[in-house]
Ligand binder design. Sequence first.
Ligand code: DAH
Length: 360
Amino acid sequence: MDVLDALKGKYLGGIAGAGDEAALEEIRLAALGKKGEISLKMRELGQMAPEARQAAGAALNALKDEIDTALRARKAGLADAALDERLKAEWLDVTMPGRPRRQGTIHPVSQVTEEVTAIFADMGFSVAEGPQIESDWYNFDALNIPPEHPARQEHDTFFMAREAGDNRPPHVLRTHTSPVQIRSMQTHGAPLRVIAPGRVYRMDMDQTHAPMFHQIEGLAIDRDISMANLKWVLEEFCRAFFEVDHVELRFRASHFPFTEPSAEVDIRYSNVGGALKIGEGDKWMEILGSGMVHPKVLAAAGVNPDEWQGFAFGLGIDRIAMLKYGIPDLRAFFESDLRWLRHYGFASLDMPTVAGGLSR
Ligand code: DAH
């Protein structure tokens, strides 16, 4: 009995004094492990006389349980203490006011793209996308611009390199969003109403031109669509987009290989001391090209021109962003100057909607 009392005192004392789980585990092994002191004592029972064995066995088992219970209790206590410690260290006052950092803003190009998309969505147009690296068939041929056509030179195209010996025509960085017309008609057929916003590329750089800029293509195909529909849609769009009651558009006869007839559209504005105003004044800015889709374009995209017709337009996003938000130089759009972005950027959670207001 004395021996057991001594063991009990030794282990329970050790457990009470253990500072962490590793120390506890060491004690557990020394007492209850395969070669632990208690386990060895258990084995000695075999050599005892039956009565002595019974009494000693019961006492040993009781001691074993006691040590085991003490180990578990101490382990739980240590875990609680560790959690308390962490809670104290990682405490956070969630009632403190937030600290707005006001760093990120929505770029005017993204903002305007969202605004334009919201307006056309309201008129029943869905959004289509196409690749920025485009085959020359989609970018030119399918749009009725054959290889020898002078329009190819006017596009200042970036060509992608082919491997030496590969004589197929090179892919291009798309020079306009018009190839998405072809892809949309191929995928969905007619009738169809889509807009396609995105990046386009041309080798050009000055105050109003950048080598990468943004367009929104529009396409409406049905059985009896006319220029009158085109005119109404564009006027309605401009009124909604510029958030003014009065806009004045000028349709100028023009030429594009993929439309017949074709028109370029200018919008009236004034510029008084750098402040631009839409719908008044004596200046005109060209904002888009448009027209009735050429029958050859419909045919190239697998739509029967004897059954279907429609209008298309290509709108310069950067141009109308400059006009609406009074931004004088196009190049600044792409310079990532933080001061410019903070000045012209938009709050990130204000999604433009036609009903809720576009730019407020
Ligand atoms: N793709 C033309 C360009 O980038 C713009 C354009 C003109 C698009 C007339 C059209 C259109 O859809 O009908 O200059």
